[in-house]
Design a protein around this ligand. Sequence first.
Ligand code: SAH
Ligand code: SF4
Ligand code: F3S
Length: 463
Amino acid sequence: MTETRKKVFIKTYGCQMNVYDSERMGDVLAGLGYGVTETADEADLVILNTCHIREKAAEKVYSELGRYREQKRARARDGKPLVIGVAGCVAQAEGEEIVRRAPMVDLVFGPQTYHRLPHLLTRFAEQGRPVVETDFPAEDKFDHMPTTPHAGGRRAVTAFLTVQEGCDKFCTFCVVPYTRGAEASRPVRKIIEDARRMVDQGVREITLLGQNINAYRGEAPDGRRWSLGRLINELSAIEGLARLRYTTSHPRDMDDELIAAHRDNPKLMPYLHLPVQSGSDAVLKAMNRRHTAASYLEIIGKIRAGRPDIALSSDFIVGFPGETERDFEATMALVEAVGYASAFSFKYSPRPGTPAAEMDNQVPEPVKAERLTRLQALLNSQNRAFLASCVGREMDILIEKPGRKAGQLAGRSPYLQAVHVEDAHHSIGDMVRVCIDSVGGSSLSAHIIPSGADSPVHAKATA
Ligand code: SAH
Ligand code: SF4
Ligand code: F3S
């Protein structure tokens, strides 16, 4: 039976919102009889869910498309057509241009149109010409798409849940406001329903997603608009849900309710990705970030006052137009002042249609490269220091999957680090108390702290 089912291969680039969207597309296509495959060779439909954030991201998509040219020709010769779709932010930004540059593409559809996928496929089958759909429809795509937690065939213990999309911030370097549209928050009731369903299916940790998630202002049952902090507190009442996380947030929207949730809500994990981009006020201004280095540090101070062990993470851009050596040093100083557990850093990449791409004081490539190396050396040393600081500490690990070796399980710490635990007695989905023994690369190794009936002391007493 299954051999006759059609197969879809979805390749995902970019941020977690794309990961979430790809899963939802898989669900929608399952309704049309498609099974998801991990091998492009056996696919009847290939979807590239693309990212436009930096130049290389879009170029990767075009070179990937080239790979399917031969496969598509061979399939056409055998009378079994291969349909190729480009979704995501490159689709939204480039639209028709994709079909011009890569004529083997049959479908181009933007992030807000995924619920229309069945209709788009039918249209393509009927008209036999490429279909390009990049509207921002008024309806919420997630209302028309099923939510099923995925873990590549395994029971999913952790899952993403999109609660907000789009961005109104218009940082001068960024394409997201153009590719994802205006900020829109999903209603509280729908999010709670989705979360409950996930927990019923075995999910224990939910990461709420939004481009600008702390700008969340969702319609609530009480007729008001709730903030993210309020939403998190409400979600944490769901029995069986052990952990909540959220990403990505903007310093401008880090309000007191959310900061208080970090202090008071034990289910909200002590990890915060709060991108700052630069430590120079002049650069922050040119980026239109609408905050200063000092106001960012003030927020960090408030969060740490309530939750001293919080692990902080950030994004940085080096070589933004006009960035001087002094500006860059201000970034290094900010990093020193904060002490990050982890971070992402990038060379500024001019994006067509964004204001910064038109600025005339672009920084030469070798300068960008040199600054990135210095920044990454500092961030890497902070990351190593953070990992090392965990050794000897006790923490709760949520077991997510089998470990690399037999007898090992793998999970995550509250601080989002991967942790390998020597243990054969627990199973996936368990929360275990461990003691961290050592650091291995970017992950930690730990042993279980025996408790209750498991404990050798107890065993001895009853023997
Ligand atoms: N909404 C999130 C970030 C989305 S993009 C936020 O506001 O923080 C993820 C990261 O990509 C950004 O934080 C930024 O560091 C980086 N980025 C975005 N546009 C870029 C560009 N043109 N060049 C280099 N890095 C960029
Ligand atoms: Fe891009 Fe800025 Fe919006 Fe983040 S806040 S998505 S960096 S425009
Ligand atoms: Fe990339 Fe679009 Fe996400 S540009 S980072 S996939 S919102």
